[in-house]
Write a protein that binds this ligand. Structure first.
Ligand code: AMP
Ligand code: MG
Length: 399
């Protein structure tokens, strides 16, 4: 048996096979950048007018002065030239600042009569007022987005502005999601009295999908010959196998021995945690990686969020932050295991408070609908006091 930290380190020591692929910008949301994005020109690329108003030369300003309006400049036109410091150009937001001007006086700071503009007497005009200066945000050639950046709408805007119609992002390893168990039937089937519907693979598939990670789904009966040939076939076709069920101590829990027969080297079996203790992990010399998760739905869910999600993200050079939440009430846990407590998050003045939500154990996945994530209570403690902060593993957004 390994500790949670050891399990995590062992998994991280076998990085995922993530190879860059090119996707259109429109499909890049939530993917991870596999290339640096640089500015193809200064940003902004010119002295950009930031208010509708009048472009002037600040050095020629004095209180009470009137300007002759020498022209009108819309956005998207070549800049006009300010011939004289007694003149101004009526100018729009987004336009290139007129030549010879260094400031913009907004419309509402004065009065205009069609030919002249008279600023209110109390205003002052300072150089570069209401001008977003060329290159202020980024210089041409500067890295604006680093490798390992998760692409949000903000990054889409940055890439659009520097002309990246397509972008290199990390691809996901070819992945098979496999459930095992004689009692399991597909979602669309009416189960017999002794059967249940498979819920782990649809849930795991959905969890992968939140990252843009696609997987093919399989289900096999607890039959050792069938499992041997089926998994042999899947190991030839996929880089990563995520299995659920069949790794505990039951008579029909064949997976650990079959995986070893298939030359998948066991790197650990059993983690000092609750839920998810029977978790098995291994890899083959050819780089194939196998996560064999316990079948209990809460265990499988926890193992995905605690181990597999950070594994794939770190393989893509994403910095995965650890956040903490404070326990809202005291918890006792006797066993020398890391206890992943199901919690609902409530905020109080911006602080995250973790309210325990008791379920009926690792088989009770209905309870997960009331939960935001797990609070990781360390193995070397039995008493967890209200107000103490522990690592929080979210599986949904908090709002
Ligand atoms: P196992 O790890 O195979 O001993 O399974 C533990 C428990 O999880 C059993 O009650 C199984 O019926 C249940 N289980 C296993 N796989 C799934 C699955 N894919 N969907 C829902 N429940 C499952
Ligand atoms: Mg089973």
């Amino acid at each position: 048996m390994v500790s949670v930290q050891q399990a995590e380190e062992i998994i991280q020591s076998v990085p995922a096979a993530v190879h860059p692929e090119t996707v259109p910008l429109q499909q890049a949301i939530n993917r991870v950048l596999a290339e640096e994005v640089t500015a193809d020109r200064d940003l902004p690329p010119f002295n950009r007018v930031a208010m509708d108003g009048y472009a002037v030369d600040s050095r020629g300003f004095s209180p009470g002065k009137s300007y002759t309006i020498a022209g009108v400049q819309a956005a998207g036109t070549e800049p006009l030239l300010l011939a004289h410091s007694d003149t101004c150009i009526e100018i729009m937001t987004g336009a290139v600042l007129s030549g010879g001007a260094d400031a913009v006086i907004p419309y509402e700071w004065g009065i205009a009569d069609g030919t002249t503009f008279t600023p209110h007497p109390h205003i002052t005009v300072t150089p570069w007022m209401n001008v977003h200066r060329k290159g202020a945000d980024a210089r041409q050639g500067e890295t604006v987005l680093a490798i390992g950046t998760v692409i949000s709408p903000a990054e889409v805007a940055v890439m659009a502005s520097v002309g990246k119609a397509s972008v290199n992002v990390y691809g996901f390893p070819a992945t098979a999601l496999v459930s095992t168990g004689n009692e399991l039937v597909p979602v669309q089937t009416r189960p017999l009295a002794h059967q249940i519907r498979q819920s782990n693979t649809p849930a795991l598939q959905a969890a992968l999908a939140t990252l843009g990670w696609k997987a093919d789904l399989f289900h096999f009966k607890d039959d050792d010959n069938l499992l041997y040939t089926s998994l042999n076939d899947l190991l030839a076709r996929y880089d990563v196998l995520i299995l659920s069920g069949g790794v505990s101590k039951g008579k029909f829990d064949y997976l650990p021995q079959i995986l070893e027969k298939l030359k998948v080297k066991k790197l650990f079996h059993s983690v000092a945690q609750k839920p998810g203790k029977p978790f098995w992990f291994g890899c083959r010399p050819d780089g194939k990686v196998v996560f064999a998760l316990p079948g209990n739905p809460v265990s499988a869910h926890l193992c995905f969020y605690r181990y597999i999600r950070p594994w794939i993200l770190r393989s893509m050079r994403v910095t995965v932050p650890m956040v903490q939440a404070r326990l809202a009430s005291e918890v006792h846990f006797e066993l020398p295991l890391t206890y992943f407590l199901q919690v609902e998050i409530r905020t109080e003045q911006g602080m995250l408070w973790a309210v325990p939500v008791a379920g009926h154990g690792s088989g009770d996945f209905i309870n997960l609908k009331n939960v935001h994530g797990f609070l990781e209570l360390p193995a070397n403690q039995n008493e967890f006091k209200s107000g103490e902060a522990y690592a929080f593993i979210p599986f949904r957004t908090l709002f």
